[in-house]
Design a protein around this ligand. Structure first.
Ligand code: GDP
Ligand code: MG
Length: 251
C-alpha cells in the first residue's frame, strides 16, 4: 500500500509557500474555500507556478452513508444536515494543490466528484459501466455506524475490479464523529487494509466549530486522494515510484 506522503508532501501546507498557495483558494479568514467558476483560476503567489491535472472520481456506497456530505466537506461547501436522496448525477469540482516530491513542483489537482444517487444508479444501469470505465478513481464510502455499509464495500470492489478498470481505489469511513457508537472496529479496518491493500480514511462531516481543525482533516484526505491519482498515473505510464526512504523502486 502506498504510504502517505511518499509522493506528495503532507506537511507542505504548513510551509510559507504552501500557506501562500492555499490562501489563494481560501476566503480571507482562511476557513472556507472560495467558489471558482469553470473558467476561473486561483491567483497564485508570484513566485509559484503550478501545472494542472484533472481527474474524475466516482463516489460509491449505500444510500445514507454520507457521500453527498463528504463531497460537500471536501469541496468546502455547506454540509447538508438532513438526508435526501441525491437526484440524478451530481458533479462537484474542487481544486487542491500538492507538492510532488520527486519533481519538487506544485501541481494543482482538479478533482471532479461524481455523486450518483441510488435512483440514478438503477435508472442508468445500462450506462453504468461506461462511467465506471471513464473514472480515474473510485472512492468507496461506508458509515462507521452502519456495519452493513462496511461489509458491502468488498462486494462493490469485487464487482468493479475488471481488467479494463484501472482506477485508483480508496475507502472513506464517514460519521467518524460518532465513533462511540461505531459498528466497525479498528481491527476490521486493519484486516480490510491488509486484504485489499486499499487505505481506509476517516471523515467527520460535521462543522468543526471548536478546534477549527477542519482544514487539517480536509488537507490530509485531499492530499491522499491526489497522491493515489498521481501514483496511478505513474503506474500507467510504466515509470518508477520512489519508496519512502527516497530510493527508487520499479513497479
Ligand atoms: N454525524 C454525522 N452525520 C453525517 C456524516 N456524514 C453524513 N451525515 C448525515 O447522514 C445523512 C446522510 O448523508 P448523505 O451525505 O446525504 O448520504 P448519501 O446518501 O450517501 O449521499 C445526512 O443526514 C447527513 O447529515 C458524518 O460524518 N457525521
Ligand atoms: Mg447523496
Amino acid at each position: 500500500m502506498l504510504s502517505p506522503g511518499s509522493l506528495i508532501s503532507q506537511e507542505w501546507y504548513t510551509s510559507t509557500t504552501g500557506k501562500g498557495v492555499l490562501s489563494s483558494l481560501l476566503t480571507r479568514n482562511l476557513l472556507k474555500r472560495k467558489p471558482f467558476g469553470i473558467l476561473d483560476k486561483p491567483v497564485l503567489p508570484a513566485n509559484v507556478t503550478a501545472d494542472e491535472v484533472k481527474y474524475k472520481i466516482l463516489m460509491v456506497g449505500k444510500s445514507g452513508v454520507g457521500k453527498t456530505s463528504t463531497i460537500a466537506k471536501l469541496s468546502g461547501n455547506e454540509i447538508p444536515t438532513s438526508h435526501s436522496e441525491t437526484p440524478g448525477i451530481h458533479i462537484t469540482s474542487t481544486q487542491w494543490p500538492g507538492l510532488v516530491r520527486q519533481m519538487n513542483k506544485v501541481i494543482m489537482f482538479h478533482l471532479q466528484f461524481w455523486d450518483v444517487g441510488d435512483g440514478a444508479m438503477k435508472k442508468y444501469e445500462h450506462i453504468k459501466s461506461t462511467w465506471e470505465n471513464q473514472a480515474d478513481c473510485a472512492i468507496f464510502l461506508f458509515s462507521f455506524v452502519d456495519r452493513g455499509s462496511f461489509e458491502e464495500i468488498s462486494q462493490h470492489i469485487t464487482r468493479m475490479t475488471k481488467p479494463r478498470n484501472n482506477f485508483a481505489k480508496l475507502v472513506i469511513g464517514a460519521k467518524f464523529d460518532q465513533h462511540a457508537h461505531s459498528e466497525v472496529t479498528q481491527r476490521d479496518i486493519r484486516d480490510f487494509e491488509h486484504t485489499w491493500k486499499i487505505p481506509v480514511l476517516k471523515i467527520r462531516n460535521v462543522p468543526d466549530t471548536e478546534t477549527k481543525n477542519d482544514m487539517h482533516e480536509i488537507s490530509q484526505i485531499l492530499t491522499t486522494i491526489s497522491e493515489h491519482l498521481w501514483h496511478r498515473d505513474i503506474l500507467m505510464a510504466g515509470r518508477s515510484v520512489p519508496v519512502n526512504d527516497g530510493k527508487i523502486s520499479s513497479c
